[in-house]
Design a protein around this ligand. Structure first.
Ligand code: PEP
Length: 252
C-alpha cells in the first residue's frame, strides 16, 4: 500500500513569538507547493495559539511535544489533551527520549499519555528507540519492542490505527550522527513486523517516521527505504529552508 509521508518538526524548547512568526509563515508558504507530503510542527505549549493563528488553513498541521495522561486535575504545571484540542492541535509527541531520560517517563506512563491523546482525538506520535549502549549490547529490537508493547498491552493494537510511530535512536538525536538508511530500515521493518503479528492491516497502514539528525542532505536516502514513512525533525526544523527541503524530500 502507498502510505503518505509525514515530515514533523520538533522544536523542543526553542523559539520566541518574534522568531516563530517568520518560520511559521515561511513553512506554510513553502508547504503550499508540496501536495505530495504531509507537514507538521510540534511547538512549545505557549506558542500553540500562534501556530494556530498562522497555520490555520495552510497545509501545515501543528501539535505539542508532550501531554498529561489525565484530562484534568490538580497537577500544577501540566497540560491536558483537551487543552491541546482547544488550540487546534492535530498531533502530540509522546515518549520522546528526552522525556524518557530527563523526566523519567516509563513506557507505562507513555502508554497512558498515548491513551489520553487518542481519547481526545489527537494523533499521537509515539517515539521509541535505543541508546548507544543498548545498541552495542544487541538490545535494539528488545528496547523498541518493550516501548511498543506497552501501548499494545494497555490499549490493543487497534489503537495504532492511524497513529504515528517514530523510531529515534537516542545516539542519533541532536548528535549529527544519523542511522544509516539500512540501519533505520531494519528497525522500521522490525516494528512493522511486530505490529503485523497482531494485525496485518494496521501494520501496513502504520506511519513510521525516522528521527535522529535528519537533514536536507540525508533525508532523501532515508525516505527512500520501504518502511520509512517520513521524519521527525529536531534541529533542522528550526530553519525554514532546511525543514522545507526535508519536506520536499518526502514528496511522493
Ligand atoms: C528529535 O528531537 O526528535 C530529533 C530527531 O532531533 P534532531 O533532528 O535534532 O536529531
Amino acid at each position: 500500500m502507498m502510505r503518505r509521508k509525514l515530515v514533523a518538526g520538533n522544536w523542543k524548547m526553542f523559539g520566541s513569538l518574534a522568531r516563530n512568526e517568520g518560520l511559521l509563515n515561511a513553512v506554510a508558504a513553502g508547504a503550499a507547493g508540496m501536495p505530495g507530503v504531509d507537514c507538521a510542527v510540534c511547538v512549545p505549549f505557549p506558542y500553540l495559539a500562534q501556530a494556530q493563528q498562522l497555520l490555520r488553513g495552510s497545509r501545515v498541521a501543528w501539535g505539542a511535544q508532550d501531554v498529561h495522561q489525565l484530562d484534568k486535575g490538580a497537577y500544577t504545571g501540566e497540560v491536558a489533551a483537551p487543552m491541546l484540542c482547544d488550540f487546534g492541535c492535530r498531533y502530540v509527541i509522546v515518549g520522546h527520549s528526552e522525556r524518557r531520560t530527563l523526566y523519567g517517563e516509563t513506557s507505562q506512563l507513555v502508554a497512558e499519555k498515548f491513551a489520553a491523546a487518542r481519547e481526545s482525538g489527537l494523533v499521537p506520535i509515539l517515539c521509541v528507540g535505543e541508546t548507544l549502549a543498548q545498541r552495542e549490547s544487541g538490545e535494539t529490537e528488545t528496547v523498541a519492542a518493550e516501548q511498543l508493547d506497552a501501548v499494545i498491552g494497555l490499549l490493543g493494537v487497534q489503537s495504532l490505527r492511524d497513529a504515528v510511530l517514530a523510531y529515534e535512536p537516542v545516539w542519533a538525536i541532536g548528535t549529527g550522527k544519523t542511522a544509516s538508511p539500512e540501519q533505520a530500515q531494519a528497525v522500521h521493518a522490525f516494528i512493522r513486523r511486530r505490529v503485523a503479528g497482531h494485525d496485518g492491516q494496521v501494520a501496513r497502514g502504520l506511519c513510521i517516521l525516522y528521527g535522529g539528525s535528519v537533514k536536507a542532505a540525508n533525508a532523501a536516502e532515508l525516505f527512500a527505504m520501504p518502511d520509512i514513512d517520513g521524519g521527525l525533525i529536531g534541529g533542522a526544523s528550526l530553519v525554514a529552508d532546511d525543514f522545507l527541503a526535508i519536506c520536499n524530500a518526502g514528496q511522493n
